[in-house]
Design a protein around this ligand. Sequence first.
Ligand SMILES: [Zn+2]
Length: 506
Amino acid sequence: MKNAVSYVRVSSDDQAKSGFSIPQQITNNMNFAVQNGYKIDKTFKDEGISAKDLNRPALQDLLAYCMDKSNNVEAVVVWKLDRISRSIADYSATLEPFFKENNIKLLTVTDINGDGLDVEMMRQISMVFAERERKTAALRTKEGIRGKVATGQYPYHAPIGYENIVQKGSKYKKMIIDEANAFFVRRAYVLCLQGDSIRTITSKLYKEGFRNKHGNKHPKTTVEYILRNRAYTGKFYYDGSLIEDTNYPPLIDEATYFAVQKKLNAPEKTRQTHTEFAYNECMTCSVCGCRMTGERKLKTSKKSGTRTYIYYHCTGNRGGECKRTSYVRQELIDEAIINVLKGITIPGEIHDLVIKGLKDVHKEHNKDFEQRKRSIRQRINKIDKMLKDVFESGMGKYSESLQQTIQDWDIERKTLILEEQELLKITKTFFEQSNCLLEFCKNCHRAFLKANPEQKRRIVQIVCSNFSYDGENIIIEPNQVFKTIIKSGLNKKKLPRLDSNQQPTG
Ligand SMILES: [Zn+2]
């Protein structure tokens, strides 16, 4: 029998769920190991700890134990991949390479096992979702944000023009209008409707006395945020749904708000020229960290006469010295990206395997969600019935304690409905997104060739985690999932430096 160790973990959240318990994980891992010809040598246990990072005592012990060659560990068994990590970065950059280097297999009882590219891809894709699930769960518990929303409270910092006051006898704060700043908020909307640009509004408000806490000028971005913040209408977006039943007064009426949005979204002439440069928003100068910006330049050659080309150069906004010393032509950037995209192809049979695997992972995730969804629904129905009974009996009118209970039920009901909506969204997007990713991989190189500047920018943003120019080389670092697909070292493309006679004129 081959030697294996077992790793088990529960977070404080998991402890309530069935199927996650430590003893169950230990038994499942044990049975799985035996069935596959392994004997469990040692079990590492992290209790009440999240897998958001690698800072877990038992996990650290496990890694040290694995590294010690005298222990002769051949495999690590986990019940589910998300037990060992819920961070794509930790998994891909640390754990996966660690096990590979030490020639140790990472085996999971409920997820897929194997050495192929398809398995590795699927593990990474499911890791992306494990990470997302963790973030959603964090959001859910964070300061009872959901409970706040259910009571109609604005759950974030009070926007400029409002302030929070503590209410007597309630754990929640109440948001009221801060008249001094509310004046400037209303004024910003008026000026915008009169046709002033955000820049003009910003300086007008400053002249009229609009200041931040430290007595300084509010930046343009703050003014733009004020003009776009839905919360001023007394309604706000929380997690994709519009919360209309709120407990604070509006500052701006809806008609004004929407008229302003229309103005802000109207295409300006200056913006239109900007869109012809595909890489303005996403390419950086790796020398100083500034954005690169596109520019049309004339270039004369004997062969083709005078033509205009798009060149990118560092904006040097941070006072760097590299400003305008080094230009790179758009065609060369396109070519470098196409070279990377060409590497992102998935052979047909692997594509099918991954799809099948994803469906299984999806089903597994769904099981947990379905259970939770059902219990939420049951509770909502129960509350509805209790409310109905109370109202029909007429008792609610007379008893004060019953009135409090009714209020509590109401809040619980609203909280549950928010959670239900969130769950519906997650289950719907899980498979769609993975599928979308695979479809994208099938076609991205061709899609790029046909894309307009806006679409090119989107593709680059999806594929690249680093996209920059160091004065000589275009550096394209794909995201982890794509790296796995590419697997070849085609990350850097050497380019000849544009010497003086190649510099554009004009
Ligand atoms: Zn620079």
